[in-house]
Design a protein around this ligand. Sequence first.
Ligand code: UD1
Length: 430
Amino acid sequence: MHKCVQDLEVFDLKSMRIWGGRPLDGTVNIQGSKNAALPIMAAAVLHKGMTVLHHCPKIADVLFMEKILIQLGAKVCWKGSSLYLDCSSLENTNIPDQYARKMRCSIILLGALLGRFGKGAIAPPGGCVIGKRPVDLHISMLEALGTRIEEKQGLLEAHTAGLQGGMVSFEKQSVGATEHAMIAAVLAQGVTCLKNCAKEPEIVWLAKFLNGMGASVTGAGTEEIQIRGVSVLKDSEFEIPPDRIVAGTYLCAAAITRGKICLENPPVLELSAFLGIYGKMGGQYDMVGGKLIADASGANGAVGLVETEVYPGFSTDLQSPVMAVLSLARGKSHIRENIFEDRFRVAEDLVRMGAHIRINGRDAYIDGTQKLQGRRVNAQELRGGAALILAGLAAEGETCVENFSLVERGYEQIQEDIRSMGGKASIEEG
Ligand code: UD1
């Protein structure tokens, strides 16, 4: 058995130094998906037994979720990249404050605890600072399934005499609320019908996982999902799919440096909206033997208007990396952010590096420049931090991205991946 990860700490004072200015050239294997792994880990709580997740990324958010599960009473161990979650003796239903506040996705645990124990409590969750990010859809969904929720001393306390299947029509499409509802409905009495669901691939992966553990979920990937409640679940194993956002980030790294890279294990279909934008920039790619061979030596074009949208549209998570690339494109581009209202924080640091970007509410206007200059910059959130690393890879001289721990929330070993693609970067622990 490998060492349990409860012993690992996430450092707060890390920064990444990047020596930019060379086209990337190399191969990288895409890690498991953060946004698939987190809700699946939460769903494992439903089952009084063992869940094994293969190809699970060892990123900070997964380690946070793991710590929460340990606090709840799960036994957790890693063997290589396989995560073993034994939830048979899990019995605590209070989600620890210090972790819940750091990770928004932790709210999803509430539905799993309610399904298994009829109660749960959590501090209002945190997460990346990219807008208001309320949890109203989560709360009203749980209430519709028969939960009473009260706010007591800063905690959301939830109780149910037994979750009841029902109809939930979401006011807006939310990835987290859809996943949360699917998890809560697994052990509920009767049938639950969810309408206006998000259609992101991670929802389809969650449904596959739940069905593998004995649940009955149909319709995932469409706007209407049905869950027929079951009373018994079983031990299961699941392979976490490759991370589409990490793959997109690395294609952006190729584009911003005009490099050529090879992605092993790429989730190509899930990237199609992004690949459309990459193609408009002038980037090319081929699929050869299951690998994506990207030639981004000509990816220097502006793209006009691009808008973030719910899946299958262009993902908001790739908006900042794309902004970094467009800041070095020839001509003018315009990004409209439709999902989160405060997701342009990275623009300020890109401008300090020499980019020409003007923000007006949900719109960012980018006038491509010929060069960026290495600077000391500050990651304010996960994907913005990744975008600064990309800018550093293309910039003249040395860039130092402070607050690198935020990038580690979602990227397993970005410094090694950069090195294996021929870039130069190192981590400093302050
Ligand atoms: C998930 C992803 C995140 C991605 C986002 C959108 C995970 C762990 N995170 O986040 O990487 O950027 O989807 O693709 O999977 N909203 C409400 N009320 C709610 C819930 C959400 O108004 O109760 C709003 C949000 O503020 C946002 C929109 O709905 O404007 C979409 O958010 P949502 O899809 O819920 O994002 P997350 O699940 O938090």
